[in-house]
Write a new protein. Structure first.
Length: 226
């Protein structure tokens, strides 16, 4: 399904409406990373509507971020933007000078504006497609961090990447350990399958072949439809 803008609940309401129209007898819902969270919430909404909903929810290394301590949200954003400036410097060879101290005390929009200004001062001009990718990735990340999840009683399978991921920008709230990635507290019918891959290459060969084989067998046992 195509990407939508807005809070998780609003996006998933629109996804649920599309699914009801096209798959009135139910379907399999899932996605990778943030897409898995969207699939999960869409399945929850369908269940709340009393619709046929999801025969299976597939989480491809999807996880919910760890909570930020009270009063630390502004500092967490400052650290993230400063780390992003370091990533730009390493990747493009232009010194984007920005520290977390400069960002603290500024509202979120002002922090983003300062990052953009420092990029301009560094003479860094990114292609429109790259800028669009960075913008939508940021919007999706913030939507995920504002999402309040609830429980779901349906069948859920989590394909968990077992290798450490080489993130371009690290964030403590996504340093999530544990076999279930925290989904067990929400999903009583959770199945976890470990995959020898990291988050970014889970859907590349050979890992995706392992995922596909397991998912094919699982769908055959539940009579699922895509």
């Amino acid at each position: 399904m195509e990407r939508l803008d807005g809070p998780v609940s609003e996006r998933c309401r629109r996804y649920a409406e599309a699914i009801i129209e096209r798959f009135p007898r139910g379907c399999v819902i899932g996605g990778w990373s943030f897409g898995g969270v969207l699939g999960y919430e869409t399945a929850r909404l369908l269940a709340a509507m009393g619709r046929a909903g999801a025969r299976l929810v597939v989480l491809l290394d999807a996880a919910l971020p760890l909570p930020v301590p009270a009063g630390d949200e502004e500092h967490a954003l400052a650290r993230r933007f400063a780390a992003f400036a370091e990533y730009l410097t390493r990747t493009y060879g232009r010194a984007v000078r920005l520290s977390a101290d400069e960002l603290r005390g500024l509202p979120e929009d002002a922090q983003r504006d300062l990052v953009t200004r420092r990029m301009t001062e560094a003479g860094l001009e990114l292609r429109p497609a790259i800028l669009r990718h960075q913008q939508t990735s940021y919007e999706d990340t913030r939507a995920l961090e504002r999402y309040q999840s609830g429980g779901y009683d349906g069948h859920v399978v989590l394909y968990r990447a077992e290798r450490e991921t080489p993130w371009a920008v690290s964030d403590p709230r996504y340093e999530i350990s544990g076999e279930t990635r925290g989904w067990d507290r929400l999903c009583p019918r959770l199945e976890v399958v470990g995959i020898d891959a990291h988050h970014l290459n889970l859907l590349d060969p050979p890992a995706v072949t392992v995922v596909a084989a397991h998912l094919r067998e699982l769908l055959s046992t539940i009579g699922g439809e895509q």
